[in-house]
Design a protein around this ligand. Sequence first.
Ligand code: PMP
Length: 326
Amino acid sequence: MIEAIAKAADERLRLYPDPACTEFREAVAARYGVAVEQVFAGNGSDEVLAFAFAAFFECQGVSGAVPILFPDITYSFYPVYARLWDVPFRTVSLKDNFSIDPDDYKQNNGGIIFPNPNAPTAKALALDAITKLAGYEEKNGKALIVDEAYIAFADKPGIKSAVTLVKQFPNLLTVHTLSKAASLAGLRVGFAIGHKDLIEALCRVRDSVNSYTVDRLALAGAAAAVSDFAYYDEVNRHVCSTREKVSASLAQMGFTVIPSQANFVFASPPASSGKSGMQVFSALREKGILVRRFDKPRINNYLRISMGTDDEMDTFLNGCAEIIRG
Ligand code: PMP
């Protein structure tokens, strides 16, 4: 990947990049067994999602626009994109155990979006549940967007990418990122896979904003990364084993740990420690260890801990143990 970027760093940088991102999309199409016309590339999946809200969800001004649905407790940018394009939305509460119940979404709606696995809860839906929901949404005549930012870390039976369903459901769009699955958050490359008509709609939105959103160097690196997934599969298996070790260590300290299918762990400190999530968060920060905390009801005692290197996770666990012991 680094070699590919170095090779692309020459006098061609005087020229604009390929607006269609063809070489990268060909690499994605080959990896997922879909046609190039079924792939859209963007500047991180955040950009792909922002375009998708404009392309598939009706804005307030359209008469009869029905609110879209997404979970209450999910990726914090969904309401941001909805407001950006003036898309009406309604949130659907997670169950008591933080899981998404697909049946809760089988109601009149203008479209559905959720991450699978969800963030920051790290819980995932099985593919058969997504299949049924895609069928419901097809009859409803609206789009179902499954944001698969973390699917590369899902390893429980039945929890799989919904990419295999796009042939069957022309209303299904899966959204992916190299930020997590390929450890390339600094490159800013994401992509979507779906029916070619959905992809064309995304292209129209992009071209009305800025055709050149992914630069030459990022495209070269991303094409190389997508073509070398055996390497990333191995890295991601290691991330999963780190996740299991960190989850077990936190549970041993008395933390409530939500079983994770992502590259982070969602956990709250034991009441017996006398420390709230906020206090653990602040004490970790004083030690130079950054985790995430959310000022939201139901989850304000939880921490989202992203997996890092083995050394970083040892530092985190030792710091945590000291804080909990008080
Ligand atoms: N979707 C989800 C669920 C995320 O958590 C994130 C990153 N935090 C993104 C999309 C965006 O990722 P990127 O723009 O780096 O591809």
